[in-house]
Ligand binder design. Structure first.
Ligand code: GTP
Ligand code: MG
Ligand code: ZN
Length: 311
């Protein structure tokens, strides 16, 4: 996949096909008209193929990319499942990353699962605590080790027959998981010490691989800054099913949930009903999003049409 074309699977083999020019004109909210997982219609013969049409997507995982001039980046299309992978060893578990990806999955109506990898390196108590947090968020949480094989059967059963995109910080073991579930995949695996010194990612492009028993796994490069697309400040709460009902308990409508009087959310943190990290992630993402459309005033319209990706 590059700016002008993509690898297309046709007749059991992969061929590079150029994108027809008009596809770029039709694409308004996303810079690239085609994403990994798209079904396309090709024209031409042999190795001289052109992507003429991209079929409507049943689902997609989208993030906001591009700092000053934000645009939508479709990471994968036609997926059934988004796996947010965290490491119980090194790199340290990032609740921020996992929460962001789960929110993006919910915003796109795709099921999210949490994979806690490197259980062989887990500190006592971490597994129970983190699983508890995500089960309260109504997420399946699978604990694995690609080193010992723990949890591999459970994971295989959870993704069988589905198209699942694997996300996680660099080094959590996305490519290692793919190599275990798809022995023929032979994905390059990074060496952590080297990675940290160089600040490099082992996987550099998004790639789809077929599982032997049916279904696909999509390997992605480690994305550090995952901002959900298609969500605004008013709708983000719906992407946090554990936190959403708690917001009704705050005494004031405009509660900021950071020490305000009568805050039901912080009260629920104190009683252990929700993890503090979930609330922190919610507030962090909230601060990065645009206000809801009904609050846009003339001339103060946000630079991007944040709702366009939500179809
Ligand atoms: N101890 C331990 N190490 C693991 C486990 N899974 C993967 N690793 C190691 O973690 C390192 C990084 O694994 P990768 O699979 O390359 O990680 P990645 O998420 O694909 O990283 P990027 O491609 O850079 O995003 C490698 O040295 C793996 O051998 C595990 O369960 N336990
Ligand atoms: Mg990788
Ligand atoms: Zn509150």
């Amino acid at each position: 996949m590059d700016a002008r074309g993509a690898l297309v699977e046709t007749g059991g083999r992969s061929v590079y096909a150029q994108l027809r020019g008009n596809l770029f004109q039709e694409s308004t909210w996303s810079t690239r008209p085609v994403a990994v997982g798209d079904f396309v219609r090709v024209e031409g013969t042999g190795d001289d193929l052109t992507i003429a049409e991209v079929a409507p997507r049943k689902s997609q995982l989208i993030r906001r990319a591009g700092g000053e001039t934000p645009h939508a980046q479709v990471i994968a299309a036609n997926i059934d499942c988004v796996a947010a992978i965290g490491s119980l060893g090194k790199p340290t578990f990032s609740s921020t990353f996992v929460d962001r990806v789960l929110a993006a999955a919910t915003a796109n109506d795709v099921a999210g699962i949490v994979i806690l990898n490197k259980s062989d390196e887990a500190r006592p108590g971490d597994i129970e605590r983190i699983c508890d947090t995500y089960r309260k968020a109504r997420c399946v949480c699978i604990v694995t080790s690609m080193k010992t094989g723990a949890g591999v059967d459970e994971l295989r059963a959870a993704v069988r027959g589905k198209s699942c995109v694997l996300t996680g910080l660099s080094g959590v073991g996305k490519s290692s998981i793919i190599n275990i579930l798809i022995p023929s995949a032979d994905r390059p695996i990074g060496h952590l010490s080297w990675k940290w010194k160089q600040g490099r990612h082992t996987t550099t492009s998004v790639e789809l691989l077929h599982m032997p028993d049916g279904g696909d796994l999509i390997d992605t490069p480690g994305i550090r800054n995952f901002i959900p697309w298609g969500v605004h400040r008013g709708s983000l709460r719906h992407c946090f099913p554990d936190l959403d009902p708690l917001l009704e308990r705050c005494k004031f409508n405009n509660c900021q949930h950071s020490g305000d009087e009568g805050c039901g959310v912080l009260a629920a943190v104190d009683t252990g009903e929700i993890a503090r990290t979930r609330v922190a992630s919610y507030l962090e993402i909230l601060s990065e999003l645009e206000p809801p459309p009904e609050q846009w005033s003339e001339g103060a319209r946000p630079h991007s049409e944040a709702d366009d990706g939500d179809e």
